[in-house]
Design a protein around this ligand. Structure first.
Ligand code: HEM
Length: 437
């Protein structure tokens, strides 16, 4: 955001429509300082590019996410989540958000690259992602003309991240077999612009690693926190998992029957949208809803405000997954619920993120359900308690207005709006007691 730049916050779905539809008129024109710094990490990836570059990247990425490749991604998610659960021990306390971030990053690495990073490489990747988040969450840092420890750390860690990613690209090029991974599709999908170069591949890979590290994990952390705070929701969720899955693990085929689990995820995204705002810019004056918006204005689409608007969601401050009936979905204006954004620039990973969240919530919750009276002996004896550090939201008036921190222009780029920490406590319960209940 440039100093003294006008910001217009749009909270009406009808007015959001032309903004997201016309991606040429409403682009992502960040300030020069921001763009230069962003290029160090995102390069010219789909997240920051505009016009013809963006269109080409989007087409190629869509082919990498073709539904014929998706089933294998779901299998990886469930089998690896089951493996992760085997490392959780009774009596242990840990930060669930942190664990999930590492987990969803590892899942993306496997699905995207068709390989795993070593433990040391994982740490280096996470260090770079953390350094990037720290720098881009504080835009004033970027405006400083001199070097700071944060900028230094960012440069060093991203340098190492690049080495790891370029090495992965080289390894994949040396083994040109389609193993269902996204990188193979990205490398081998020709377009008018030819095949993607190593630099282009690197830009897309770091963007996806960054998104995979935080997005689904933060969404899930909020889901667990909200479920733990709403015991009736927890019981309904556990009931569905017991009924639909029994002793088996979920897969993509089970998704249509996990409708309550999906509602929990949707309601979490309504209640705490990962991206409270997304930003667009206009270069020439534009008339929107009878208002003349001057050239150079930053437009913030307030997802938060629309998700808390009582015209669309009655009693919006109540966390209530059962509100997600077919009737509600039919009655909603097209862009009143947009956790994944809208229009051609909506999240290309919308369906990946959605089924990842449902599968992981189902897998983890069905393995940690024995605090409920209907628990089976195989279930892990785990009690979920949640403590949320709502630093970004504490001061919100609760009326659906947006958080000023996220009026910043990088909404959807660098900052993680929700700082959740969940403590997962486990307690040993005698299996006989379980049967006796
Ligand atoms: C599961 C939760 C997720 C949510 C709620 C979410 C949300 C969003 C939103 C709101 C946007 C639109 C931003 C804008 O209009 O400026 C977006 C774009 C994007 N997301 Fe996601 N996302 C999720 C998961 C992911 C994952 C797992 C990835 C990749 C690994 C990803 C990659 C992207 C990319 C590359 C874009 C830019 C698309 C473009 O500009 O064409 N997202 N996401």
């Amino acid at each position: 955001m440039r100093l003294n730049q006008a910001v217009c916050l749009v909270c009406n779905p009808d007015l959001v429509e032309p903004i997201v539809r016309d991606y040429y008129a409403f682009g992502k024109d960040f300030s020069q300082t921001y763009r230069e710094a962003a290029a160090t990490f995102w390069g010219n990836s789909i997240l920051v590019s505009n016009d013809a570059d963006w269109l080409r990247q989007r087409r190629i990425l869509q082919r990498a996410l073709h539904h014929s490749r998706i089933a294998a991604y779901g299998e990886t998610m469930v089998s690896r989540t089951a493996r992760m659960l085997d490392t959780w021990h009774d009596g242990e306390s840990f930060d669930l958000h942190q664990r999930l971030m590492r987990h969803t990053l590892a899942l993306m690495t496997r699905n995207l690259l068709g390989m795993d990073f070593s433990a040391a490489e994982n740490e280096e990747v996470i260090a770079a992602l953390d350094a990037t988040l720290a720098l881009f969450s504080d835009l004033s840092q970027l405006e400083l003309k001199f070097d700071t420890p944060e900028k230094q750390r960012f440069r060093e860690t991203v340098g190492r991240l690049n080495e790891i990613v370029y090495a992965a690209i080289a390894r994949r090029r040396a083994d040109p077999q389609d193993r269902g991974d996204m990188l193979f599709a990205l490398m081998n999908t020709p377009d008018e612009g030819g095949l993607m170069t190593d630099t282009e591949l690197r830009d897309e890979i770091v963007t996806m690693l960054r998104a995979a590290h935080r997005n689904t994990a933060t969404l899930l952390a909020w889901s667990f926190a909200l479920v733990a705070q709403h015991p009736a929701v927890d019981v309904a969720l556990a009931d569905e998992l017991e009924r639909v899955l029994g002793e088996s693990q979920p897969d993509l085929g089970a998704l249509p029957r996990l409708s309550y689990t999906e509602r929990v995820v949707k309601e979490t995204m309504r209640y705490y949208p990962l991206y409270p705002n997304v930003r667009r810019d206009i270069e020439t004056a534009y008339e929107l809803g009878g208002y003349r918006i001057p050239a150079g204005t930053a437009l913030g689409i307030s997802i938060w405000a629309m998700h808390r608007d009582p015209r669309f969601f009655p009693d919006p401050e109540r966390f209530d997954p059962s509100r997600w009936t077919e009737a509600l979905e039919r009655s909603l204006p097209k862009l009143a619920f947009l956790p994944f954004g809208g229009g051609p620039r909506q999240c290309p990973f919308k369906s990946y993120g959605m089924f990842e969240a449902v599968l992981l919530l189902a897998t983890i919750r069905s393995d940690t359900r024995s605090s409920s009276p209907r628990a089976s002996a195989r279930s892990r004896t785990t009690r979920l308690t949640a403590s949320c550090r709502r630093t970004a939201f504490e001061w919100l008036p609760g009326s659906g207005s947006a958080c000023p921190k996220h009026l910043s222009p990088d909404g959807g780029l660098g900052c993680d709006p929700i700082d959740t920490s969940i403590l997962l406590q486990t307690a040993q319960i005698n299996p006989r007691q379980l049967h006796a209940r």
